[in-house]
Structures are given as C-alpha cells and as structure tokens.
Ligand binder design. Sequence first.
Ligand code: MG
Length: 294
Amino acid sequence: MKFLTLENGYLGAVIEDTAVDLGAAARELVATLPAETLLDLVRAPEGAAAEVWAIAHRAVALGVACRPLAEVRPLAPIPSPQRNIFCLGLNYRAHVKEFEKNQELPDAPIVFTKSTTSIAAPGDDIPAHTDVTQGVDYEAELALVLGRDGRDIDPADAWNHVFGYTAINDVTARDLQKTHKQWFLGKSLDGFAPMGPLLVHRSVMPAASEITVRSHINGELRQDSTFDNLIFDVPTIIATLSRGATLLAGDIIATGTPAGVGIGFDPPKFLQPGDEVIVEVTGVGPLINRVAPG
Ligand code: MG
C-alpha cells in the first residue's frame, strides 16, 4: 500500500504506475472514504488504510479517477504536520566520523527538530538563502510517520506505532548549525525539508537491509547506505522519544543520514544555486529538488 498527497492536498493512492484520486474514486463508486487527506488516514483507526486500498483497487480495475503517476506533481505526504519533525543526529557510524574527526559515537540518541514550515514538496526549489548562509548541505534520510499515539512505548511494541515511511532531505545550513550550537535554526529555514513523494505503508516495508538510502548531486552518487546501518534502531528511537512524553499519530521522525554529506569532503562540497539533489529511499520514488538559481 502506497499513498501520496495530490496537488490539491487530498489523498491519493499509487498502484504500480497509476495514481488514484481517492475522493473522486469514492464519489464515482459510491463508496465511503474514511479519510480525505493522508494525515487523516494516518490518524484513522487501524484498518482504514486497507479500506482505502480496496477503493483504489476498484478504481484502477474500472479505470475511474486514475491517471499516470508521472502526471502527478505530489505535495509532501504530510504537507502541514501538527508539530515539528523529530530528527536523529549522527545516527550512522560512518557519518559520525566524517562530521568531525575524533568524534565519539553517541551513547544515546541525539535528537533535534525541524520546524513545520521547512517542509517542501518533491520538485520544489530549495531556497539558497544566500543572505543567511553560505553552507547549504543535503542529508538523505528515511522518515517514519507514526500512526498511533503513545507514551512510554515499549521497544517491542514500537513498530506497531509506525504507519509507514517516506524520504526526507534534511537540508542544513552548516554555518548556522555551528554558530548557534543548537541545530534548530540551521535545519528550519523555509524549504529545508523536501519530503516524499510516496508514503509506503508499514505492511509492505522491506527488511531494513533491503532499504537503501542514497543521494545524488548533479548525477554524482554521494550517499549510499542501507537502513540496517543505524546506530539507534527504530524501536530504540521510538522508546526514547516517548519516555514520559506523548507521541502522536501523524508525527514524523527523520532517522538520520548516512556518510557522504557535503561537509564530509575536504574542502566541503556545499550545494550551489542550480544544483540538482536526488534523494532515493527504496520504495518511495525519487525525491528530486533543485537549489534555486541565485
Ligand atoms: Mg539529518
């Protein structure tokens, strides 16, 4: 089961290369749709995704409310989340070492957030913000979207709180990150969280070792790892974030980036106006954005 947010903000499903406008499909098929948007679906009771999926299959079989996926320009899967994106810092071993020489591996998860207004759609230009930063960097990541509220979540139960996953580019102003110590400012500039295009339901999520997390800059492969290389795995992340604090269905958790970011090179390879950035997470489809021309 794969879903997206259509241009108009409403819920879509993707079956092979076909996108279904679920609102239109439900009207044509006189079916009851349990959610109008992807955020509604994520927050809906368990079972809603399967109901929606059944409508999508009927629509494809009858050729109703369908068009080629290539003709859709989706928004971010959750374009306006209820609160900041939770993010893991330094969560791949090789990235810890490139980030700063002699940097110790963290002994507990490093957590920061990105503001909701940093979210951007696939295909949107990434603003260069040259008036506030000279060090814009890319970070390919797998992002989880939670489907169930919880507090003090047991690691053994953590995956039951995950609705699915998507891709995010945790774009970072490295100079702001360094100057202000806390990472929020350098991570939260407008347009610094391109996300999508697809949200893949957990029921069809491949094994962690089968999910690659990659980035290409102007066609050059920069990051290439697999999701089983996390230092702190998904159960540990969710247990940590929910200790004494409530996580909500609809929350987004960016799980960290592998080695190969711009600051890891000597000299650093920061993004420049006009650069094309492609983030690829297995199953999600390419997340393609260009840095706005200067
Ligand atoms: Mg990151």
